[in-house]
Design a protein around this ligand. Structure first.
Ligand code: F6R
Ligand code: MG
Ligand code: MG
Length: 368
C-alpha cells in the first residue's frame, strides 16, 4: 500500500517567550485534524519541540498535495488565532503569508514528506529540533547511513553494505546533487560539513535494495525562514523522518548519532553555536539562554497508514550522558559571551544589527 507521510511544523506562538507550545494549541490542531481523518487523512499525530507545533499526517494524496498543505495551513492559522487570544509570544510568527495559494512551501512552515510502499512492518522515527537550522541533520544522517563506526549494519548487512544515495541541497544557490556512498564519502563530507550552506534533503537506497531505489528512506525539511521572510523571524527548527530496520539502519543505529551532542547554529537569537541536546518531549522546553537547542524523536510503527505510537525515543537513561555533556558544552560555549565561535560568524550576522553598527561608524573609520 502506498502511503505519504507529511510532517509539517510551524512556530505559531510560545508560552513564555519562545519557550514551549501550550496544550491549547495542540488541542486546537488535534480537533481540526480529527475532523479531517477518514476524509483526507489515514491518521495523524500532533506534537511539539519547544515553541514549534508539529503535525504528523499520513494519507494517499502524495507529496505537495494542495489539500494536505491547505489543511496544515488551516491548522496553523487557527492555532495562531488561539495564540493571539491568549497573548502568547510570537503568535503567528512563522505564518509569513496571508493567503494560501496551493502549497505551504515558502510560506514559513517546515515540510518533510515522503511517499513509500509500506512494508509489512514499517518502523519510522520522526525527529524535531528547536532553536537550530536544517543543516543540523547533516551529521546524524551521515552517521546513520554512511558511517560504519555508527551503523554496524553497513559492514554486516548486505543491503546496507551496498551504501546509500544522498540528495544534497545547496541552500544558497538553490540547486541539488545526488551523491553515492561509500564511493563519494569524502566529496559528500566536503559539502555537508558546511551545514549552513549544504543540507541533506533525502536519502535513497541503491538499485538492488529491498526498497525501490526511488523511494526515500529519510527526508528532512530544508526551509530557510529568514530567506523566505527576507529578515530574521526565528530559526528554521527543522523536522525529519527516518525509516528503520530490515536493510536500513536499525532503530538503535538511527538513534546512536544523538549520543554525541554536536554543535549546531541557532540558540539565542539564532546567532549562537551550541550543543544539540536530545530530550524527551517532556523536556523539550529550551530555557537557558533560550536553549540549548533540543531534539526530540517520536517512534511509530506504520500499519495500513495508521500510526501506532508514539514512543518517546529519547526518554531513555542511556541518553542522560549526552544531556550531561551537552550541559557542559553549553557552559563552555556560554563563557565566550559575544565572541566567536560561540557567536556565529560575522558573515552570518549580516542579517542582524551588524550592518547598522558598521553604518553608524562609517564616517569614523580612517584608512590604515
Ligand atoms: C531563537 C529564538 C529566540 C529569540 C529571542 C529574542 O530561535 O527564537 O532566541 O530570538 O528570544 O526574541 P525577540 O526578538 O522576539 O524578543
Ligand atoms: Mg518562537
Ligand atoms: Mg522554535
Amino acid at each position: 500500500m502506498k502511503v505519504t507521510i507529511s510532517v509539517i511544523k510551524a512556530d505559531v506562538g510560545g508560552l513564555v517567550g519562545h519557550h514551549v507550545v501550550p496544550e491549547e494549541l495542540e488541542e486546537t490542531a488535534w480537533a481540526i485534524l480529527e475532523e479531517a481523518k477518514d476524509e483526507l487523512l489515514f491518521d495523524f499525530d500532533v506534537s511539539h519541540v519547544g515553541d514549534d507545533l508539529i503535525l504528523i499526517m499520513t494519507h494517499d494524496k502524495g507529496e505537495d498535495s494542495e489539500e494536505i498543505h491547505g489543511l496544515a495551513w488551516n491548522v496553523f492559522q487557527e492555532a495562531a488565532e488561539v495564540a493571539k487570544e491568549m497573548g502568547l509570544y510570537g503568535a503567528g510568527q512563522d505564518l509569513l503569508k496571508n493567503a494560501f495559494s496551493g502549497n505551504i512551501r515558502g510560506m514559513g512552515p517546515g515540510v518533510a514528506e515522503m511517499t513509500i510502499e509500506e512494508r509489512p512492518s514499517e518502523p519510522i522515527i520522526v525527529f524535531g529540533a528547536d532553536k537550530t537550522e536544517a543543516g543540523a541533520w547533516n551529521l546524524p544522517l551521515y552517521r546513520m547511513f554512511a558511517d560504519p563506526f555508527n551503523t554496524a549494519g553497513l559492514i554486516i548487512d548486505p543491503h546496507l553494505h551496498m551504501g546509500f544515495r544522498f540528495e544534497v541541497w545547496d541552500l544558497i544557490d538553490h540547486k541539488k546533487v545526488i551523491m553515492s556512498t561509500s564511493e563519494e564519502m569524502y566529496d559528500l563530507l566536503a559539502l555537508i560539513g558546511s551545514p549552513g550552506r549544504f543540507a541533506i534533503k533525502r536519502v535513497f537506497p541503491k538499485p538492488g535494495h529491498l526498497i525501490n531505489e526511488n523511494e526515500p528512506v529519510a527526508v528532512a525539511s530544508t526551509e530557510r525562514l529568514y530567506e523566505e521572510a527576507g529578515r530574521y523571524v526565528g530559526k528554521d527548527d527543522p523536522v525529519m523522518v527516518v525509516r528503520a530496520q530490515h536493510g536500513l539502519p536499525a532503530v538503535g543505529e538511527v538513534m546512536e548519532p544523538f549520543a554525541f551532542p554536536h554543535l549546531v547554529e541557532g540558540w539565542m537569537r539564532g546567532s549562537h553555536w551550541g550543543p544539540l541536546m536530545p530530550v524527551s518531549v517532556r523536556d523539550a522546553k529550551p530555557t537557558r539562554f533560550d536553549g540549548p537547542p533540543r531534539v526530540i524523536a517520536l517512534g511509530y510503527q506504520l500499519k495500513n497508514g495508521m500510526l501506532i505510537g508514539p514512543e518517546d525515543m529519547f526518554d531513555d537513561p542511556s541518553f542522560d550522558r549526552a544531556r550531561q555533556i551537552a550541559n557542559e558544552i553549553a557552559d563552555y560555549m556560554r563563557r565566550h559571551g559575544p565572541f566567536e565561535p560561540h557567536r556565529v560568524s560575522f558573515h552570518d550576522l549580516e542579517y542582524t544589527t551588524m550592518p547598522a553598527v558598521l553604518d553608524k561608524l562609517k564616517d569614523r573609520f580612517e584608512p590604515l
